[in-house]
Design a protein. Structure first.
Length: 513
């Protein structure tokens, strides 16, 4: 364990340069040619650059193909029968156990985020440790506050993403001595608790005085202030304290009043970055716009169908399911009747997916809301939207017996973007109600709870890597046998001298019921 963390520490400056693929194959051997850490971080400019690289390297851990595509198909947000990046394996029916092996082609689903996140943590720790040792950033240390706030923000986000993805992990902070600390694996709940504490530390530090972030730390298209850092941290706090739940019971047990207060203190505009196709690119939204690669799963868009075809599809044995035309009243899905697309999704009847891997993967609907990213990888890339916060707050209000206050939050995107009639406290009604009950073969109109779920899944389709999966497991709508979290990657288990283990498969440990 110490070798692992020492190695990460030695590579901190490489992360500052943006070499975020360094950990694709794991780092279990120390690099004797790496620069001495004390010398490499003796310069204030190097320390500031190291901390300033945190968001970019964290972002690249999730804006590439691992683990985003696999988690999307596991949640039946998107669908594909192609094996790439584990999409087909993890979404096959009946569900099977995840192949946690160093020889598995798509081992990057677990391996890449594990090492990428620890690389970010190590870099932030190195920077924070250097400041604590006396490095002054800016004249008289005037920029220390900014660096500490940002370092704690990224330290917290990296730990939190370990918690939402893995069953357990190490907690690694700047005050832990690599020579004397006995690092121990702790469960995901403990990791999240510590991660949220780090986010609060970032909020506290950002509140001590005013500052602005260098534009290249988070290239949002406008200068971010210390107040923006506070808002961003609060919104991620709300997202992640709910995302960590593995079961409906755990999600119910979340302190939903805290969720509401964090959202109220959070972002008031969409948060994201401006892509430039050079320094900042995005792979997840790029490839999910390719119809030959990735499509919308009927379990996400199907409840908007008023023809009965979706309910018939649900009632058909999985192996016999095939693609079908929907008649959707949701303008995001369909604007001109059956056989057409909408503002966010497009229609294409032709199939190039492999029938021998299951026609239940087939769909006639692709996603096009971020087609400009596919075409140029230039422009606005939303990572967290006010719609997400509205719908998360709506869930919190429903859970705290304030459903009437949840209704207008659900109706914001439902009416303005979906072109659908407003829902009320009872959900939706009428012969052509949208959505129908989500997974009910008899149809019928959805109540407010299911209306909220449908709205979030459609409105936030592939906006944030992992979001649909985290929500689905907490709501209890994953297909039985879907893994609830990733195991520590096999390469790391071998390094630690631990037995291999995994999750997933019908009836197995760590699987949806």
């Amino acid at each position: 364990m110490k070798t692992f963390f020492r190695t990460l520490a030695l590579f901190g400056l490489v992360f500052a340069a943006g070499a975020c693929d360094l950990f694709d194959e794991g780092l279990d051997v120390e690099n004797q040619n790496a620069p001495d850490q004390s010398r490499a971080l003796a310069n204030a400019g190097d320390v500031e650059s190291l901390i300033g690289s945190g968001f970019r390297n964290w972002f690249y851990g999730f804006s590439r193909v691992y683990p985003a595509w696999a988690l999307s198909t596991a949640a039946d947000e998107g669908t594909s029968s192609w094996g790439n990046q584990g999409m087909q394996h993890i979404s096959s029916e009946p569900r099977v156990a995840w192949a946690n092996s160093t020889g598995y082609t798509y081992r990057g689903v677990a391996q890449n985020p594990w090492y990428d996140l620890y690389g970010v943590i190590s870099a932030m720790n190195d920077g924070l440790r250097a400041i604590d040792a006396g490095i002054d950033i800016g004249t008289g240390g005037k920029d220390n506050q900014r660096a500490i706030a940002f370092g704690k923000l990224m330290q917290g986000l990296a730990h939190a993403y370990l918690a939402v993805h893995f069953d357990r992990a190490f907690i690694f902070t700047e005050d832990m001595d690599l020579e004397s600390t006995e690092f121990e694996l702790v469960d995901y709940k403990t990791v999240m608790t510590e991660a949220l504490t780090m986010l609060d530390a970032a909020i506290a530090e950002a509140g001590k005085g005013t500052f602005t972030l260098p534009d290249n730390w988070i290239p949002m298209g406008r200068t971010l202030t210390n107040q923006d850092v506070i808002k961003i941290a609060n919104s991620y706090y709300a997202r992640l304290m709910t995302a960590v739940a593995r079961t409906p019971e755990e999600r119910t047990a979340v302190n939903w009043n805290t969720v509401i207060s964090r959202i109220n203190a959070g972002i008031t505009d969409d948060f994201g970055i401006m892509l430039d196709n050079t320094n900042w690119t995005e792979s997840v939204k790029d490839y999910t716009q390719r119809f030959d690669w990735f499509r919308a799963d009927y379990r996400t868009i199907g409840p908007s169908d008023i023809s009965g075809a979706y309910q018939a599809w649900l009632a058909t044995p999985v192996a016999d399911r095939v693609d079908f035309d929907m008649n959707s009243l949701d303008k995001r899905i369909q604007s001109g009747g059956p056989g057409t697309g909408g503002t966010d999704f497009y229609y294409r009847r032709a199939q190039n997916l492999r029938a021998d891997r299951g026609t239940y993967h087939f769909s006639r609907y692709g996603h096009s809301r971020f087609l400009y990213i596919r075409q140029t990888n230039i422009g606005w890339d939303p990572l967290m939207t006010t719609s997400e916060m509205d719908l998360l707050k709506a869930e919190a209000l429903i859970r705290t017996n304030q459903a009437a206050q949840a209704v207008p939050l659900i109706n914001k995107s439902r009416v303005a973007r979906g072109g659908l009639p407003p829902a009320d406290v009872n959900g939706v009604s009428g012969a052509d109600c949208v959505p129908k009950k989500l997974f009910n073969t008899a149809g019928g109109c959805a109540d407010l709870w299911e209306t909220m779920i449908y709205e979030k899944r459609v409105e936030l389709f592939v906006v944030a890597s992992g979001l649909a999966f985290w929500d689905a497991r907490g709501w209890g709508i994953l297909i039985p046998g879907t893994m609830l979290h990733l195991p520590i990657p096999a390469r790391e288990l071998e390094t630690l001298g631990m037995e291999l283990y995994t999750f997933g498969g019908v009836g197995n440990e760590g699987s949806a019921k």
